[in-house]
Design a protein around this ligand. Structure first.
Ligand code: FMN
Length: 98
């Protein structure tokens, strides 16, 4: 079925992580979370990842908005994961309730 990685990146660190993971997993789409509009997961995926920087000990607002509006379609059984890059203190960036 394949994999999909959603990323948000200001200076390139999270994009580099996304590209590295996509390269390892193979058969992986890389999609920016910075694009306007809602994204619909039309296809079914084996794994669905979210990669973003820590902003102020949490998630960037853009990422929260993107994930909150994401149409998960028929991907209830996919393996979901999230990776937060950070500068020194990640705080609650891995504990969001979205
Ligand atoms: C607005 C802003 C807020 C940040 N807040 C934090 C923070 O609270 N904790 C931390 O460890 N790093 C923080 N950082 C550093 C970034 O999380 C880190 O440099 C990250 O790897 C950047 O990823 P990117 O290159 O994909 O944008 C912040 C950076 C920016 C620009």
């Amino acid at each position: 079925m394949g994999n999909i990685v959603f990323y948000f990146s200001g200076t390139g660190n999270s994009l580099k992580v996304a590209k590295t993971i996509a390269n390892e997993l193979e058969n992986t789409e890389i999609i920016s979370m910075a694009k306007p509009g809602n994204y619909s997961l039309k296809k079914q995926y084996d794994t669905i990842g979210f990669i973003y920087p820590t902003y102020f000990w949490g998630l960037p607002k853009k990422v929260i908005e993107f994930v909150s509006n994401l149409d998960f379609g028929n991907n209830k059984n996919a393996y979901y994961y999230a990776i937060a890059t950070y500068g020194g203190e990640c705080g609650k960036c891995d504990k969001s309730n979205i």
